[in-house]
Write a protein that binds this ligand. Sequence first.
Ligand code: ATP
Length: 314
Amino acid sequence: MMTLLAHAKINLYLEIIGNRADGFHELVMIMQSVDLADRITLNPLNTPNTRLLCDHPLVPTDHTNLAYKAVMLLQKRFPHRTNRYGGVEITIDKKIPVGAGLAGGSSNAAATLFGLNVLWQLGLTRIELQELGAELGSDVPFCLAGGCAIATGRGEEIDSLHNTPKLSAVLAKYTSLAVSTPWAYKTYRQQFEHTYLPLKDTASLEERQARVHSGKMVGALGTHDATAIGRHLRNDLEKVVLPAHAKVRQLKETMAAQGGLGTLMSGSGPTVFTLTETPDQAQSVLQSVRQQISDPDLQLHLVQFTSQGIRQES
Ligand code: ATP
């Protein structure tokens, strides 16, 4: 039996560059792991079955669960090795809000790949696991790496950023509200395709350099300039999610008014976060937001940046 912690991520930066030949978007993202984590327990079974247990009502327990898909991918790719070890029971203790822009499903898939690599003695390197993970979802390679990283391509090409600051954040999400990631990207394309750079192969290096604006955020992280990190937060998907969801727009306005370094929606939302330098400051933002919005549907989490990706607990 093995227990793993699968951390959530927030996007400090998400810029949409253009279309890709494979139908996805070409992106530049800066992602950061936070210490809000699901607990994934892997229990080897004597039978060849895969079984998934999760008591969260929005999480599927069949083959559509990303952790289940991770098992199927490894079984398909390494049939001789996996036949030797039988099946596995996966138990997900869900702490990461679902459909929230926090990569909950992707981190569960990453933990499952990581754990089965050990249990089934597959001997895969982290790079190899990340290549497999990219077949399950664009955020899975980042979830395997963890920490702070710049993600390019469709988000699956990861370059870790080292020695970045450990900030705190308040995450806020309406429990009953979820945003579909495909919907957010599709709507963005409908509204903003005219601003896209030509396909990667046809755009010149100069065109790309002029279009990508992530350098200032990377610089601010490198120099631990917390004020500049707050100033350079960016998420292009806010342009479609905030107009479509008045509650999220109001939440962002309320949170931004409580101080902190900056406030942004994470990924395709609807989670909104405010960054602070210390946990005490985050606590005071959290209390102010709670006073301003008494809606019990609003869940608030105080988190800290972490350098950890998937971690084995026992
Ligand atoms: P991302 O930030 O990568 O776009 P997200 O945080 O917006 O992801 P998830 O929490 O991963 O979204 O869930 C999106 C949908 O995926 C859920 O509504 C659920 O039906 C499905 N799903 C499949 N596997 C899982 C899983 N292990 N955990 C949570 N949701 C899952």
